[in-house]
Write a protein that binds this ligand. Structure first.
Ligand code: HEM
Length: 443
């Protein structure tokens, strides 16, 4: 493990450098100050953990000594006490209650919706006209999440647009979480606070309607809310809580996958050889028909490209935790209130575990080969008790949607719109990700 002495810091600590370029800051920090580097961000003493063993320690072995970091604590303004932000016993109980919605058989059912939505979207594109593939992928994953989780009509464009605009309202209110007493401001009749209430109100109406319908008919229509609304009394969440959970799943369950898909298309656009290999696999496995869940085991190269997109551009680029109690970690004293950052962005590009780290190489993921890297050198879905609940949902959706797009379109870079990264809550392309679609022969 690489270590070095902590460096004295000025009053604001490293906040200005961090704000200027978060990704470069974390990478340089690991290179210059080692695997466990301590610094100051405003009021917080922060420790970056840039080694798989340290990640394992913080997220798995010592998970009970931490709670979520300050950014997610503030996200409660938007998400309430949904699974992503809940802690302790409340988290354990909610996770148990939501689990049945992610049973493999249910996810297989969701696959039909994923495929239909992706095909409908990709069939609307125009050859030769530059396209913001990030926005398109957000449309696909949001429509899919709304249909599979909340039971909305995926074919109903107006309903999908209502969900989209409610989410835009909610996210614009996220900044409330970053001002002192932001929680209280949500009750005032002003700008972001009003939008927050409007967005949340509109989504809660939709959720309440679905719960009432499912209960009245007793029909399980295959969506996640059906599973939750019709659960046995002992396992059922109170309705008020069900709403917060449904909202959390809708938000956690779409942009991350959309980002992974957009970055995967970017990787293919800049590597024609790899693109040809992925297309050959899709053509052989599907033979001209639409993809389905049963094809997943044979779409190995597609899966490898998604795995590489998640490695090179991890949507959760830096997970953070705040220590509840003082303890030692990797020889360093962590005090209660200190923040630790576990950065997939840094670890996923470390040449000690990833030879030629910036190369997109799906063969790093070939089954049955010992790839000789530590288990926690890769953790795009987190680790331990807070690991992503939607991981198999995300893999199913990402691989199927990629196959559907590749079957129809070859993507090209748009030279005057190069990729620029924007590391906010998720790592996303700033100003969209622009590619030029060319129709494949015979599609
Ligand atoms: C490529 C797509 C995705 C990525 C990269 C991703 C990543 C993550 C990560 C890193 C965490 C843990 C955060 C932490 O430890 O602080 C997480 C948690 C979570 N994710 Fe995902 N996610 C994805 C897709 C999804 C989908 C599709 C859903 C739901 C349909 C979902 C629902 C959740 C939930 C509910 C949690 C909270 C789990 C808990 O705290 O028990 N995610 N995700």
């Amino acid at each position: 493990m690489r270590t070095s002495a902590p460096r004295p810091v000025p009053l604001l600590g490293d906040l200005p450098a961090f704000r200027r370029d978060r990704l470069a800051f974390l990478t340089t920090l690991a290179r210059e100050r080692g695997d466990l580097a301590s610094f100051r961000l405003g009021p917080y003493r922060v420790h970056q953990l840039a080694h798989p063993e340290l990640i394992h320690h913080a997220l798995v072995v010592e998970a009970a000594r931490f709670r979520k970091g300050p950014v997610l604590q503030r996200a409660k303004v938007v998400l309430g006490e949904g699974l992503l932000t809940a802690e302790g016993e409340h988290h354990r109980r909610s996770r148990r209650a939501l689990q049945p919605g992610f049973h493999p058989r249910r996810i297989e059912g969701y696959a039909t919706t994923m495929v239909a939505t992706a095909a409908r979207t990709a069939d609307r594109w125009t050859a030769g006209r530059p396209l913001d593939v990030h926005r398109e992928m957000v449309r696909v994953t949001l429509a899919t999440a709304a249909a599979t989780l909340l039971g909305t009509e995926v074919e109903d464009d107006a309903e999908v647009e209502r969900v989209e605009s409610a989410i835009a309202d909610l996210l614009s209110a996220y900044k409330l979480g970053f001002v002192p007493f932001g929680w209280r401001l949500q009750h005032l009749p002003v700008g972001p606070a009003r939008r927050l209430r409007r967005g949340r109100g509109s989504l809660y109406d939709l959720i309440d309607r679905t719960i009432a319908e499912r209960r009245a008919s007793g029909d399980d229509r295959g969506d996640l809310l059906s599973a939750l609304a019709l659960a046995e009394d002992a396992d059922r969440l109170p309705d008020a809580e069900l709403r917060e959970q449904a909202l959390t799943l809708l938000l956690a369950g779409h942009e991350t996958t959309a980002n992974a898909l957009a970055f995967a298309l970017h990787l293919l656009a800049r590597d024609p050889e790899l693109d040809a290999r992925v297309h050959a696999e899709v053509a052989t496995v599907l033979g001209g028909r639409e993809a389905g869940a049963a094809d997943l085991p044979r779409l190995e190269v597609c899966r490898g490209v998604i795995a590489e997109a998640l490695r090179l551009y991890p949507p959760s680029w830096a997970m953070s935790r705040q220590a509840i109690e003082g303890h030692r970690l990797g020889g360093q004293r962590i005090e209660a209130g200190d923040v630790v950052i576990c950065p997939p962005w840094v670890v996923h590009r470390d040449p000690r575990w990833w030879p030629a780290p910036s190369r997109c190489d799906p063969d790093r993921w070939t089954d049955g080969v010992d790839h000789q890297r530590p288990r926690w050198a890769y953790f795009p879905f987190g680790a331990g008790v807070r690991r992503c609940l939607g991981e198999s949902f995300a893999w199913t959706e990402a691989v199927l949607v990629l196959a559907i797009v590749v079957a129809r379109w070859r993507m090209h870079p748009v030279p005057d719109r190069p990729l620029e990264l924007e590391p906010l809550i998720t790592l996303r392309p700033r100003g969209g990700l622009w590619l030029r679609p060319e129709r494949r022969a015979g599609s």
